[in-house]
Design a protein around this ligand. Structure first.
Ligand code: FE
Length: 213
């Protein structure tokens, strides 16, 4: 009864490998009910999920970061008004939230959290990873950001300031990681491939070029 036919099951292979957890089960139950009552079309729902899983995703954010690395004027616009600067890319913008870009430097590391729930800059990063929504991350990022970064393999020297940005429904944050060394003259596209989701949440850095130190 709760089953409906997906016509693109290949998109959901991973999800089918795992039993549904508490919240996922509740969502599934709600979905079934809404479909049953004729309130939603399962195809529309699948399309929304597919959009955030595959078309939005962190690649949008990576393009924004790469442009900031190569284009000084864009970087200034991004840091001054990220909502407007990101809008230049024409990504879908389903939320009316404002976006703020914060830049890592040799002296400053930025870390994004939503201590209340799981607010996340969907238009640039897609769906938040499970750890971002976990109680542990949300509670600890605020009180012990260095400890959280260490857990992600990032040992932050004492003389580097760590700034924590607590997201809300109205304000989402995007970290602009430092541009990796030895990437002078790289194209925006090649640079974007170095920008990871984790680096834009602040728990990681951009990838180093292959073969680099
Ligand atoms: Fe939230």
């Amino acid at each position: 009864m709760s089953d409906h036919h997906h016509d693109h099951d290949h998109d959901h292979e991973n999800a089918h490998d795992r039993p549904l957890s508490g919240p996922a089960l509740r969502v599934k139950a709600l979905e079934s009910l809404l479909v049953e009552k004729g309130l939603i079309d399962p195809k529309t729902l699948d399309e929304i999920v597919d959009t955030y899983e595959h078309r939005v995703g962190p690649r949008n954010g990576a393009r924004v970061v790469a442009r900031a690395w190569v284009d000084a004027a864009f970087r200034e616009r991004l840091l001054a008004d990220a909502t407007a600067a990101v809008a230049e890319f024409g990504f879908i913008e389903p939320h009316a939230e404002d976006m703020v870009a914060v830049e890592n430097t040799p002296a400053v590391r930025n870390l994004v959290v939503c201590s209340l729930c799981s607010c996340y800059p969907w238009p640039v990063l897609g769906l938040p990873p499970a750890w971002y929504k976990s109680d542990a991350y949300r509670a600890r990022a605020v009180v012990d950001p260095r400890g959280v970064l260490k857990a992600f393999g990032e040992d932050i020297p004492e003389d580097v300031e760590v700034r924590v940005w607590d997201s809300t429904a109205e304000m989402r944050y995007l970290v602009v990681p430092e541009r990796p060394a030895a990437t002078e003259g790289w194209s925006e596209e090649a640079l974007a491939a170095l920008v990871t989701r984790d680096s834009m949440v602040g728990v990681g850095t951009a990838k180093r070029p292959e073969g680099g130190a």
